[in-house]
Design a protein around this ligand. Structure first.
Ligand code: MLT
Length: 408
């Protein structure tokens, strides 16, 4: 008899963004004439930067010629891309990361979801609340939790991020082995200072724990004092893995390219307490289960680091940040308290009512799709998240409709 992994039965009926898509599609089907503006899932709408497209084309042309054709690439990604990342994203900012510590992948979603499988199933895992659902769901699938009760999974230590702590949790008193952090934060849009991040690095070092640092939105950081990478904090190389993505930085959500940094000095422990390099485990995992990102896509990503690419990416980020600033200003002027939207593409809004109710109201009355905060965890109840990823004109129109709907 073939048996299922019953841990899957503990999961909520559907993935948050699938549920939003379902509700939106149903509404559109019932109201075919309504023009719906999507500010829900953080999916970019602007085309790839010109430098990336040109490099992409050149890569495709190389594949059309026997002399330049490439088959399987290195599992860790091509050196030409890893070298650029190590220099521009880390070494130039004073973070000691080398190219052989960078693993190119097809998304931060996949990597943040897959990474937990290299750790034991009986570790203590701390996950923020609210949180990007992938961290939690993948630990549920792996059997690290009990059944869902009252909005929580027993076995997980929830790091509550609320108005009280400025949506940035402090390290807890208890012992933890694996910690998920994401800054600029998805969904709240808040950023962390270097000294707050240092508290976490110190905690991880004292507890022989490991931090999984999701920095997929670092390109939106405009404030020079804020850390873009956890490796800007002293001591992080031994206790942190960092996830980055070209999706939101350069519009690669449909093209797929991201990377994960696993320093060679980063360690975990065997049951008997012997140290083991995490880099070796991740390399082993990736070379068995993953066959790299396509060559033209890696060439397109490399172009992000060219002079033209750099300027074009900067313009792209500024475009979305202008949307974010407008959303925050307008929503606050209607009388709702907001977080984020400054060094982040997300605005976290206190809806003063239940999240899904507010989501439905905005969908039905304004024809605007948002993301209900409750979908990110118990502490997200009462909030909605608005994404700045859309065209400026659509954002203006959406805000006008929201204002009208809420004043009716
Ligand atoms: C989000 O909207 O939270 C993200 O776009 C989802 C993702 O990147 O997978």
């Amino acid at each position: 008899m073939i048996k299922i992994n019953e841990n899957y039965l503990k999961l909520q009926a559907s993935y948050l963004f699938s549920e939003i898509r379902k509700r939106t599609d149903e509404f559109q089907e019932a109201n075919p004439d309504r023009d719906i503006i999507k500010l829900g899932i953080g999916d970019v709408t602007r085309s790839l930067p010109k430098a990336c497209i040109e490099a992409f084309h050149r890569g495709v042309d190389e594949m059309a010629n026997d002399a330049t054709f490439r088959g399987y690439g290195p599992e860790q990604g091509y050196g030409f891309l890893r070298e650029k990342i190590a220099k521009a994203d880390f070494q130039d900012r004073g973070a000691d990361i080398s190219a052989d510590e960078v693993f190119i992948s097809d998304g931060a979603k996949c990597d943040t979801g897959n990474i937990q499988e290299i750790f034991s199933t009986d570790i203590k895992v701390a996950i923020p609340d609210p949180v990007y659902p992938v961290y939690l769901d993948t630990n549920v699938m792996a059997g690290r939790t009990g059944s869902f009760i009252d909005g929580r999974y027993p076995g997980i230590i929830y790091l509550e991020s609320t108005r009280k702590n400025g949506f940035i949790p402090d390290p807890p008193k208890e012992n933890i082995d694996l910690i998920y952090l994401c800054f600029p934060n998805n969904p709240t849009g808040v950023t962390i200072t270097k000294s707050q991040l240092k508290n976490w690095v110190d905690f991880a070092r004292e507890n022989k724990a490991l931090i999984l640092y999701d920095a997929a939105y670092e390109a939106f950081i405009q404030d020079d004092d804020l850390p873009k990478s956890i490796y800007e904090v002293e001591g992080a190389r031994e206790v942190a893995i960092e996830f980055r993505s070209f999706s939101k930085t350069a519009g690669f959500t449909g093209t797929r390219c991201a990377f994960t940094v696993v320093p060679k000095s980063c360690v975990a422990y065997t049951g008997k307490g012997k140290t083991y390099p995490v880099h070796d485990l991740w390399l082993r995992r990736q070379s068995t289960k993953f066959n790299a990102v396509s060559y033209p896509v890696q060439r397109a990503a490399e172009a992000v680091y060219s002079e033209g690419g750099n300027a074009q990416v900067h313009a792209l980020i500024q475009y979305y940040l202008k949307n974010a600033a407008l959303i925050r200003k307008e929503i606050e002027s209607i009388g709702y308290a907001c977080m984020g939207g400054e060094n982040s593409p997300y605005i976290w809004i206190d809806g003063k009512t239940d999240s899904w109710g507010f989501f439905d109201l905005l969908l039905k009355k304004a024809g605007v799709v948002t993301t209900p905060g409750a979908g990110f965890g118990k502490c997200g109840e009462g909030y909605i998240r608005i994404s700045a990823f859309n065209n400026y004109e659509n954002v203006q129109e959406a805000l006008q409709r929201i204002r009208q709907s809420l004043s009716q």
